[in-house]
Design a protein around this ligand. Structure first.
Ligand SMILES: [Zn+2]
Length: 185
């Protein structure tokens, strides 16, 4: 949308009407990036797909481009752990610096270490919004686990581990996938 491409304008029309952008439009936008030189050596999709129809549309489009997914990372954590982590997030109003009351507390409560501005709980991180996001996740996104498990693409990562361990495991898994992909060529 920022670059005012034709696809961006189409997406904006839907959003301006308050409608969800259809899966085909999102997948077409992603496919455009995947088909560019910047993704020639590989790509990571973060937060997409979120539903089985989106995954099917993505598979179809990747097939047309002669590309495929080589792995799907599931960072698996129980709901109460997700609530604990998201609910403790504090974001600075000035520049969006992120802290956590438990895992990465600011030196002074409610104040950003970097620029001294106020820390707030984003709308996304309010308890009732988190619960609603979890409901949506279980209903719409969780079915993707078996979808990708059937394709033998799923890699489970223990999400309840400390954040730096999760990050390390993600990095190791991506490195392994890259090595396997390079060997397969
Ligand atoms: Zn800040």
């Amino acid at each position: 949308m920022r670059e005012e491409t034709e696809l961006g304008r189409t997406a904006k029309e839907y959003m301006d009407r308050g409608d969800l952008v259809p899966d085909e439009v999102i997948v077409a936008a992603i496919a455009e990036r995947i088909d560019s030189t910047e993704a020639a050596d590989g790509f990571i999709l973060d937060g997409f797909p979120r539903t089985v129809p989106q995954a099917e549309a993505l598979d179809a489009k990747l097939g047309e481009l002669g590309r495929r997914l080589t792995g799907v990372l599931l960072i698996d954590a129980p709901d109460e752990e997700v609530v604990r982590r998201l609910g403790g997030r504090r974001t600075c109003v000035e520049a969006g610096h992120v802290f956590h009351v438990e895992f990465n507390p600011p030196k002074r409560e409610g104040v950003c270490d970097v620029d001294g501005s106020e820390l707030i709980i984003r709308d996304d991180d309010q308890p009732d919004v988190i619960r609603h996001r979890l409901e949506t996740y279980h209903e719409k996104t969780e079915p993707l686990i078996s979808y990708y498990d059937h394709q033998s693409l799923l890699r489970r990562i223990e999400g309840a581990s400390p954040p730096d361990e999760v990050a390390g495991e993600v990095a190791r898994t991506l490195a392994t996938l890259k090595l396997e992909a390079d060997e397969a060529i």
